[in-house]
Ligand binder design. Structure first.
Ligand code: GDP
Ligand code: MG
Length: 163
């Protein structure tokens, strides 16, 4: 049995960097400008013994009009609706932002299983952001660093029972 994992979160939290690490190729564009991934990209991920489909979604923006932000939000909702598991990233260095909270509200209403991760957690700079993440009400977050490959064992252990 395999499953479909959607990586979701606002722009610039590190979704594409983590996607590329899981897929082992640079399929997704990584940029320090927020909002660079404007489409859904999917690839076959390998993590320990697991093989699964991973989707890199655009970030959610609080907009409902037909702007680019609205489109990114719809793409994100679609990614979530089509996924078995959502990996919701926040930036541990920035802490929980109002946009993260809007996102958490949407995810709580969805039926997909949600894994919360405090990304960019390498070093000590992410410690308070990690603690703030508990306030989102989505369970215990895991500490990740997509860029440095840290926390991948913790990700594996929460995904294992779902496979
Ligand atoms: P996305 O917009 O959510 O897809 O984010 P990206 O993957 O494009 O990354 C946005 C920025 O955050 C880039 O400058 C990345 O190099 C940086 N970044 C991504 N992952 C990490 C991480 O684990 N730690 C740190 N410190 N920076 C990261
Ligand atoms: Mg991206």
């Amino acid at each position: 049995m395999t499953f479909r994992l959607a990586i979701v979160g606002r722009p610039n939290v590190g979704k594409s960097t983590l996607f590329n690490r899981l897929v082992g190729r640079k399929l997704a564009l990584v940029d320090d400008q927020p909002g660079v991934t404007r489409d859904l990209r999917e690839g076959q991920a390998r993590l320990g013994p697991l093989r699964f489909t991973v989707v890199d979604s655009a970030g959610l923006e609080d907009a409902t009009d037909d702007s680019l932000q609205g489109r990114m939000r719809r793409l994100t909702e679609r990614a979530v609706d089509e996924a078995d598991v959502c990996l919701f990233l926040i930036d541990a260095r920035q802490g929980v932002t109002p946009t993260d909270e809007i996102f958490a509200d949407i995810l709580r209403r969805k039926s997909a299983h949600v894994i919360l991760a405090a990304n960019k957690s390498e070093g000590r700079a992410g410690e308070s952001g990690y603690l703030e993440a508990f306030s989102l009400g989505l369970g215990e977050p895991i500490r990740l660093s997509g860029e440095h490959g840290e926390g991948m064992e913790d990700l594996l252990s929460v995904l294992m029972p779902l496979a």
